[in-house]
Design a protein around this ligand. Structure first.
Ligand SMILES: NC(=O)c1ccc[n+]([C@@H]2O[C@H](COP(=O)([O-])OP(=O)(O)OC[C@H]3O[C@@H](n4cnc5c(N)ncnc54)[C@H](OP(=O)(O)O)[C@@H]3O)[C@@H](O)[C@H]2O)c1
Length: 333
């Protein structure tokens, strides 16, 4: 049987399990030119909240369709010349145990000595988001001060480490003492601010006495407003995400101090990782090199069992995920 989560309703506020329907469907055989993938890991991403709700940079998931999701898996039946049985692949496998594909949007994993889960984190869309957002839009220079929010999360933790590789002073904003310890003691950030335990404005004054040259934005809302008061002249803000607003039923007014962008000639630019896919191969090679050299580390937070995916998604929004949030759909071997 193919077990699946279908989207049942557009969420209002936080997603609920009743926004999904569990289905056990008959197993399909691949047709001519198709292959079947057994899903191993499913990536859970904050963007899924938007995909459930509305058309944006890609269409909303249709009601009644299998929930969209990036995954890695193994080809277990094939009538496709490029995807043989046993090949490890990555693509939009969806929230289901098996996926039939004609190869479009699916890629074979390079043979690198990395754990399989790295292809949904450091060497997948997460690492590429951090890499291109920081390097292309943030334009870091040695000696500059980089601040990153959701700093102990999947994207934020990679951003801070790349910032260190590029010679920046890196300050992370995160939501617990354990997360702050992890990014400073294990990942080498220069400082961490627990925004739930201290006043962010005062902490930024202490940790960024020379102001901020790059703010890598993952959170939005009050965090953005506070950080804007610390930006230097000609500083940059790569706008990656604004998770604090994703579950709001009414949009909050924007930061009242947005004029700081003019006063300090701040360059703010949003981006979607897919904008950079034509350059992904080189980026993956560089990320893999840094990982092999020990300059990049990551951690994963794995929930076992596809049936637990809706509950696991919520961990991204209450901050209880400790690293890249994954669902293990089946065993690696
Ligand atoms: N533009 C792109 O192409 C792209 C691609 C991937 C991800 N993103 C964005 O990158 C950001 C991070 O995603 P991720 O996958 O790496 O997730 P993540 O950081 O691993 O997990 C989400 C984290 O966000 C923080 N958070 C949740 N609700 C919050 C709130 N109301 N206020 C402040 N912080 C909150 C929590 O950390 P704390 O405990 O620190 O609060 C939580 O652990 C998201 O905004 C996501 O949408 C963008």
């Amino acid at each position: 049987m193919n077990e699946q989560w279908l989207l049942a309703a557009r969420p209002v506020g936080l997603p609920k399990e009743s926004d999904f329907t569990w289905r056990r469907a008959e197993q399909e055989e691949p047709g001519a030119g198709q292959f079947r993938v057994r899903s191993i890991y499913l990536s859970l991403d904050p963007a899924m909240r938007g995909w459930m709700a509305r058309d944006s940079y890609q269409p909303a998931v249709a009601i009644g369709a299998v929930m969209r999701g990036i995954g890695v898996g193994v080809v277990d039946a094939s009538n496709h010349t490029d995807f043989a049985v046993g090949a490890l692949v990555q693509g939009m496998l969806g929230w289901q145990t098996y996926c039939i594909s004609d190869g479009k949007g699916m890629s074979k994993l390079p043979a690198l000595p990395v754990p399989l889960d790295a292809w949904l984190g450091l060497l997948g869309h997460i690492g590429l988001t951090a890499y291109f957002g920081l390097l292309e839009i943030g334009q870091p220079k040695a000696g500059e001060t980089l601040v990153v929010s959701a700093a102990a999360g999947a994207v934020g933790s990679v951003v801070g480490q790349i910032g260190k590789i590029k010679g920046c002073r890196v300050v992370g904003i995160a939501g617990s003492g354990e997360k702050c310890r992890w990014i400073t003691e294990e990942l080498g950030f220069d400082a961490a601010i627990n925004y739930k335990a201290e006043n962010l404005h005062q902490a930024l004054k202490r940790e960024c006495p020379g102001g901020i040259d790059i703010y890598f934005e993952n959170v939005g809302g009050k965090t953005l407003e506070t950080v804007l008061n610390h930006m230097n002249n000609f500083s940059r803000i790569p706008v990656c995400g604004m998770i604090s607003g994703y579950n709001q039923t009414e949009l909050e007014p924007g930061p009242g101090n947005l004029f700081q962008v003019i006063v300090h000639r701040v360059k703010m630019q949003g981006f979607i990782v897919t904008d950079f896919m034509s350059q992904a191969r080189g980026a993956v090679a560089e990320l893999a090199g840094w990982y092999a050299a020990g300059s990049l580390k990551y951690r994963v937070d794995v929930t076992k069992g596809l049936e637990n995916a809706p509950a696991a998604l919520l961990k991204l929004f209450d901050g209880t995920n400790q690293g890249k949030m994954l669902v293990q759909v089946s065993e690696e071997n």
